[in-house]
Design a protein around this ligand. Structure first.
Ligand code: 13P
Length: 262
């Protein structure tokens, strides 16, 4: 068993209906024992958080199946006149233990910059949620050899002011934008290179011991047939899965690869 937990999260994005969400959660929960050694988190659309929490039988923050619940987004304020937004404490109230923050779709389609992501991540931590903080370069940035610079800036900006406890209470997800939903997975070497760079940046922010304890997930076209080789990389501690998380068998097969590598 390595120093870090293995954590695989499913980002369902804006997919499924209520019945489909419940059925998927039940299927994942009943198969979760196949991937003991790897923590699982499901991130349904916010309107289905409550039925999924019920399907997972989450009560007072405890999930008997071990499968956790996460939001896809949150607001950085505790309450008020923010039509359409969801406060961190509301996610806790409904049974969430984590929340994705700064997904590239939020960054590019909804104008979230590093400062906004930083505020949301801190609000998540303050409420007791584990933020899953996403970074990653676009194809254009990679082709211009700017991957390291872009990811470094995102890490510095998104995690500004983090203490060691904040860092170890967070998950970082490296999701190269060009690999999301495209079927183009980063090679294990490409992913490992950026994960190692991220870990170095985390060490610069705090210290090496802290950085070595932070779970760094890879995301972008993770499937059962490429998860094994990704999981074998030294600094890849889990996955943030989009499309393949909509099929229980695929999601569980991915988790098993990470469990086996733990
Ligand atoms: P895909 O697995 O569909 O490429 O999506 C990755 C992602 O964006 C997870 O947050």
């Amino acid at each position: 068993m390595g120093i870090r937990r293995r954590i695989v999260a499913g980002n369902w994005k804006m997919n499924l209906d209520r019945a489909g969400a419940v059925a998927l959660a039940e299927a994942v929960a009943s198969g979760a024992t196949s991937s003991v050694g790897c923590n699982l988190i499901l991130c349904p659309p916010s309107i289905y958080l409550s039925p999924v929490a019920n399907a997972l039988k989450i009560s007072k923050g405890e999930s008997p199946s071990g499968v956790g619940l996460g939001g896809q987004n949150l607001h950085d304020q505790p309450k008020g006149a923010f039509t359409g937004e969801i406060a961190p404490a509301m996610l806790i109230d409904i049974g969430c233990s984590s929340c994705i923050v700064g997904h590239s779709e939020r960054r590019t389609l909804f104008g979230e910059n590093d400062a906004i992501v930083n505020g949301k991540a801190k609000a998540a931590l303050a409420a007791g949620l584990t933020p899953i903080i996403c970074v990653g370069e676009t194809l254009e940035e990679r082709e211009q050899n700017r991957t390291a610079a872009v990811v470094t800036e995102q890490i510095k900006g998104s995690l500004e002011g983090f203490s060691s406890a904040d860092l170890t209470g967070s998950i970082v997800a490296y999701e190269p934008v060009w690999a999301i939903g495209t079927g183009k997975v980063a090679t294990p070497e490409q992913a490992q290179e950026v994960h190692a760079l991220i870990r170095q940046q985390l060490a610069n922010l705090t210290d090496e011991e802290t950085a070595n304890r932070v779970v760094i997930q890879y995301g972008g076209s993770v499937k059962p047939d490429n998860a094994g080789i990704l999981a074998a990389q030294q600094d890849i501690d889990g996955a943030l899965v989009g499309g393949a998380s909509l099929k229980a068998d695929d999601f569980l097969a991915i988790a098993k690869h990470f469990a086996d590598a733990s």
